[in-house]
Design a protein around this ligand. Structure first.
Ligand code: IPM
Ligand code: MG
Length: 360
């Protein structure tokens, strides 16, 4: 089959990890006789340096024309990068929000899985880690607080900032449907997370999710308040299969879930819309402090490429081959610094990419 992939290397470690993921995709194309063509697009700080904005309309249009987008990471150090002090709508992160909205990618899938081989890296108590866990966070990605109006004003000499949180029932329904569909392919359980004891948006969320659940009698649904969920993720992560939640809660909880795996460098993500076009990126950031040193872990991006094969191209066998190659390399004891443990073999970004590629 023939597919066109837009690569957005971005900033920091982005270019290095995308290079390794592309190597893996090329190997998949060769082995399974597909043709993948690529184009590289600028987004983030690197685009600000050239065009004065994080994502130009023209770049967005080119991304729209591709079959899938693979992204590294965008942004510099929060607080002290040269891109931090510019107007919010022009910062590196603005490009990320713009591409999600522009491609109408309302569903963000973030798996958090404890690899048997990496149990030692799990920061939880041994008796909790021993049970293992395998969950998926389904985060609403184009609504809520991050896309409401933002304003800062001065009223009677007092500065006041406002961010508006809105959801309509359609936005809730379409993400809920995705969550139930994914649950059906997993362990058939959805825990919907909200703050319905305080927020109207959460009450509507709960009501609509209950309505959608009626169409999925084979999937178990329960509701959990977000503060309790934050606690349960460290107390008993094994209870979660699919967590369905709104934009900001999903942003926060997915960082927490990835941290309890002990290795944020391992976690992939997919952002999907109504069609096949998706955006795939590691769950971690651009790590500017280690950029260009051949030490970043490329596995999250490589696993994101596997998700790309599965969700945008329907190439399930190829995706599974990439995932199996990652597991094999870990089982053989190869580690990048972030997941290194005693008795293992330390390798760099490039070597890790080569090892995985060679096992496909
Ligand atoms: C993420 C990031 C982004 C988000 C930022 C960089 C805008 O934290 O992908 O989780 O909040 O969505
Ligand atoms: Mg985040």
């Amino acid at each position: 089959m023939k597919f066109h992939i837009a690569l957005i290397p971005g900033d920091g470690i982005g270019p290095e990890i995308v290079t390794e993921a592309k190597k893996v995709l090329d190997r998949v194309a060769e082995k399974y006789e597909h043709v993948f063509t690529y184009e590289s697009l600028l987004m983030g700080g690197c685009s600000i340096d050239v065009y004065g904005e994080s994502l130009t309309d023209e770049t967005l249009e080119r991304a729209k024309k591709s079959d899938a987008v693979l992204l590294g990471a965008v942004g510099g150090n929060v607080g002290n990068s040269r891109w931090y002090d510019i107007e919010p709508s022009k910062r590196p992160e603005a490009g990320l929000l713009k591409i999600r909205k522009g491609l109408e990618l309302f569903a963000n899938i973030r798996p958090a899985y404890l690899y048997e081989e990496l149990k030692a890296a799990c920061p939880l108590k041994e008796e909790i880690a021993d049970q293992g866990f395998d969950m998926v966070i389904m985060r609403e990605l184009t609504g809520g607080l991050y896309f409401g109006t933002h304003k800062t004003e001065e009223i009677d000499g007092v500065s006041k900032a406002t961010d508006v949180l809105t959801y309509d029932e359609k936005e809730i329904r379409r993400i809920a449907v995705k969550a139930f569909e994914i649950a059906r392919k997993r362990r058939s359980s959805v825990i919907s997370v909200d703050k319905a004891n305080v927020l109207d948006a959460s009450r509507l969320w709960r009501k609509v999710v209950n309505e959608v659940a009626a169409d999925y009698p084979d999937v178990t649904l329960s509701h959990m308040l977000v503060d309790n969920c934050a606690m349960q993720l460290v107390k008993d992560p094994a209870q979660f299969d699919v967590i369905l939640t709104e934009n900001m809660f999903g942003d926060i909880l997915s960082d927490e879930a990835s941290m309890v795996t002990g290795s944020i460098g391992m976690l992939s993500s997919a952002s999907l819309g109504a069609g096949k076009l998706g955006l795939y990126e590691p769950s971690h950031g651009s790590a500017p402090d280690i950029a260009g040193q051949n030490v970043a872990n490329p596995i999250a991006t490589i696993l994101s490429a596997a998700m790309l094969l599965r969700y945008s191209f329907d190439l399930d066998e190829e995706a599974a081959a990439v995932e199996a190659a990652v597991k094999q390399v870990l089982a053989e004891g190869y580690r990048t610094t972030d997941i290194m443990s005693e008795g293992c073999q330390l390798v760099g970004t490039k070597e890790m990419g080569d090892l995985i590629t060679a096992r496909i």
